[in-house]
Design a protein around this ligand. Structure first.
Ligand code: FES
Length: 334
């Protein structure tokens, strides 16, 4: 992913969906801005092809067993056979980013990939790249590839402040005159409608960032009646519009009642309660883990990219792998 966080339990030695796992040794670790470290890794076997926008699925040991976290490769255009990722510490996460931050040179990791999950459109169509926060990681390589193609492109990079945004100076130097930095701290905001309108017909908008940003851009894209294929995005499976908080869940059809603490997904909590759930991506993309909402006290923080804006507004279903409730309780059927 992304620089974020998806979760899928897997047996050690294999990747998600049975892909072959590889190993790599950490050879460099740099805190590039507060709470973001860049890790440089040497794979045990040479990696033949790393298309821009690719990510690795890295196995992280957590108390409940190994899980995967997806991290976009930061493609600085160096042909040295090393793999680079940048990891933001998620203080209210389940521990994956904390474990990654604890890695030091000499540590070994297991991964599958690179996975080409956020590819460039073919050709040289006019492009806008929009990154929010740590969503800059796949955008670095996409921007370089567009420059190499001689494409007409612009990069909009939004974050809290320059001091907290990774790779700002590098990007401004490498893409001189094409980078707009939007700092929340100055009250500056990305206007999704304006951004979509600024992209010429046939253009492509690439977005990677928190779910709130992505949802706003999707809504603007739909309002402008732009063709769906022109919007490409990479998701952060755990970021939402509202801060994560514990909530209570009732499943009357099964006689279940339990709490979902911060750091645990509704999907995980349902499985822990003995419900056999269907799921695949665990990052809000496939919709397989959907549950029906019967009642809710508070606000559903839809963190998926599967449901349409209309479905979200209806609030009759939610993707249990990523979405949460900011409020007291939720009654569902599944
Ligand atoms: S498992 Fe795919 S959306 Fe939840």
């Amino acid at each position: 992913m992304t620089s974020a966080a998806d979760t899928s339990t897997q047996p050690p030695g294999s990747g998600p969906h049975g892909a072959t796992a590889h190993t790599a040794v950490v050879v460099g670790r740099t805190e590039i801005v507060p709470d973001i470290v860049e890790l440089v890794m040497r794979p045990s076997r040479p990696i033949q092809s790393v298309p821009p926008g690719s990510h690795l699925d890295i196995t992280v040991p957590l108390p409940g067993g190994p899980e995967t976290r997806s991290y976009s490769l930061v493609d600085h255009g160096r042909d040295d056979g090393l793999l680079r990722i940048a990891v933001r510490l998620q203080r209210d996460g389940r521990g994956g980013s904390r474990w990654m931050h604890g890695l030091r040179p000499g540590a070994e990791i297991t991964f599958t990939g690179p996975i080409d999950g956020f590819p460039l459109s073919p050709g040289r169509r006019p492009s806008v790249l929009l990154a929010g926060g740590i969503g800059i990681t796949p955008i670095v390589g996409l921007a370089s590839a567009l420059r190499a193609r001689g494409a007409d492109y612009r990069l909009v990079y939004a974050g809290r402040s320059r001091e907290h945004m990774a790779f700002v100076e590098d990007l401004e130097r490498e893409h001189h005159g094409r980078v707009r930095v939007v700092e929340d701290i100055d009250g500056d905001l990305v206007d999704p409608d304006e951004l979509v309108a600024s992209l010429g017909d046939g253009g492509v908008l690439y977005v990677c960032g928190p779910m709130g940003l992505l949802s706003a851009v999707r809504a603007a894209w739909e309002r402008a009646a732009r063709p769906p294929g022109g919007l490409r995005f990479e998701t952060f499976g755990t970021s939402g519009a509202l801060p994560a908080a514990p909530f209570r869940v009732e499943v009357p059809a099964r006689g279940l009642s339990f709490d979902v603490p911060v750091g645990t997904s509704l999907l995980d909590a349902l499985e822990s309660a003995g419900v056999e759930m269907m799921y695949d991506c665990r990052r809000g993309e496939c919709g397989l883990c959907r549950v029906a909402i019967l009642d809710v006290t508070g606000t559903v923080d839809h963190r998926d990219v599967f449901l349409s804006e209309h479905q979200r507004a209806e609030n009759r279903a939610m993707c249990s792998c990523v979405s949460r409730v900011a409020g007291a309780s939720l009654t569902i059927d599944c």
